[in-house]
Design a protein around this ligand. Structure first.
Ligand code: SAH
Length: 429
């Protein structure tokens, strides 16, 4: 279980003063469930990285906590509430916002990147982002997928970047890591409310997912959750809790393949830093609608060959307020033709579209997109024919209009050939 914190604030080695841990030394602290080590993997004036490595003894967990009924579990390897305990013990002064040598710096927002090697997240990447992005973090999440046919797992490597005080970063981690995990290694009591309100001060009360965070932190204990919310907000906490329970249920309902795909595409567009995006073959505009909810996408253009699809997309925006609606534009057009309206974009999404093109038209499509429109990034999906074995009632292709469905190898070969020909780099997920 590894947490690293990196700063490029200069002199970066001041991180040692902020954490009250000398970069030149290895620090080891004994905890009830194992040991915590702090060391620095780099310490130069330009860049400094402190690592908190937790060595969890699964036997000690069983003996002391009597909570886990088995020796074999994921606890030793993942960021959980044990990580919060360690942060409290090892970085207690920093968590409290104090620093003997650098008191002013402790209160100054500096550029910080926290990286957690393995975070179990109930609710997946969407929940992870909904928790950290409203706090101003740029979130990078890499899922540790299981082999076929299981797909994504609940474990992510997570990187959080923000310009923020170290104490705020540590309080976010302290509260939110166990919330993502949604398990606790000890029973919660009333004193947990004080801790939560203490570390949540200044951010939890106004967090859009406040209620879910509170409820998960307090282990879904209704009474504690109600008391905590009552102290956090004015209003009727009962009604609030119920409303939010429904919201979480909706949130955690298993994602359909279609939704999961859209979440991944949006994440890829964000990672690319795209502000002006195209959705080519936008269909009825589901992706466009999702993109509109993300203010970072400043200009969104959907294109489709089907007038009917564009009408349905248009209808989807009817109830969107005009200011927001103004960020999206629909174009009638065809993918395999050069179109100067598509030039100069940061990114293009081409989601489940190329399989509708006759294979001999793919060359013209690639020329028009990669050779002519030339968006900086292209996020392109197409069905994986190997996956079809998992649909019990399917024979043939997934859609009557599909002209082909590729194996993963066929897709990788096409992607490599196109990126070679037009000077793109390719990454397959
Ligand atoms: N991207 C959407 C729709 C996928 S369905 C989604 O993921 O839900 C494929 C879409 O591609 C259809 O809306 C179809 O009208 C459009 N399409 C197919 N061939 C096209 C072409 N040559 N030019 C433009 N759009 C095309």
């Amino acid at each position: 279980m590894l947490l690293t914190i990196t700063t490029t604030f200069q002199p970066a080695t001041d991180l040692g003063y902020l954490l009250a841990k000398n970069p030149a030394r290895l620090h080891t602290v004994d905890l009830a469930f194992g040991r915590a080590h702090v060391f620095y993997s780099e310490a130069t004036p330009e860049r400094c990285t402190a690592a908190l490595l937790l060595e969890v003894d699964p036997v000690a967990l069983v003996r002391d906590g009597d909570v886990f009924d088995q020796y074999v579990n994921d606890r030793p390897w993942v960021a959980s509430s044990l990580m919060s305990v360690a942060i409290g013990r090892v970085f207690g002064t920093a968590l409290g916002g104090r620093s003997r040598e650098r008191p002013e710096l402790a209160e100054t927002p500096i550029s910080l990147v926290a990286r957690l090697a393995a975070v179990p997240c109930r609710g997946g990447e969407r929940f992870l982002r909904e928790v950290f992005e409203p706090l101003g973090y740029t979130v990078t999440a890499t899922n540790h997928a299981l082999g076929e046919p299981f797909g994504a797992s609940r474990y992510f490597t997570v990187e959080l970047s923000a310009t923020i005080t170290l104490a705020t970063l540590l309080s976010h981690l302290y509260v939110l890591v166990p919330v993502l995990d949604d398990k606790k290694h000890y029973w919660v009591g009333k004193e947990e409310i004080d801790k939560l309100l203490d570390y949540g001060e200044g951010w939890l009360g106004t967090h859009p997912n406040r209620d879910i965070i509170v409820r998960r932190y307090l282990r879904h204990d209704r009474r504690l959750t109600r008391d905590a919310l009552a102290r956090l907000v004015d209003g009727d906490p009962d009604a609030e809790t119920e409303r939010n329970e429904a919201a979480e249920e909706a949130l955690e309902r298993p994602l359909s393949l279609d939704e999961a795909r859209r979440v991944s595409v949006v994440a890829a567009l964000k990672v690319a830093g795209a502000k002006r995006v195209l959705d080519l073959g936008c269909g009825e505009g589901k992706l466009l609608r999702t993109l509109l909810d993300e203010p970072g996408f400043e200009e969104i253009v959907g294109m489709d060959a089907s007038i009917r699809a564009l009408e349905l997309a248009e209808r989807r925006f009817e109830r969107v307020p005009e200011r927001k609606r103004a960020r999206v534009k629909l174009l009638h057009g065809a993918l395999a033709y050069r179109d100067s309206r598509l030039a100069g974009f940061d990114a293009a999404a081409v989601v489940e579209v190329i399989e509708h093109l006759d294979p001999p038209r793919l060359g013209a499509f690639a020329r028009a997109l990669f050779g002519h429109a030339k968006p900086a990034t292209v996020v392109l999906t197409t069905p994986n024919v190997e996956y079809n074995a998992l649909f019990p009632t399917l024979s043939g292709f997934r859609h009557a209009d599909h002209r082909f469905e590729w194996t993963r190898t066929e897709f990788a070969e096409w992607a490599a050939a196109v990126s070679d020909a037009y000077g793109y780099r390719v990454r397959i997920e």
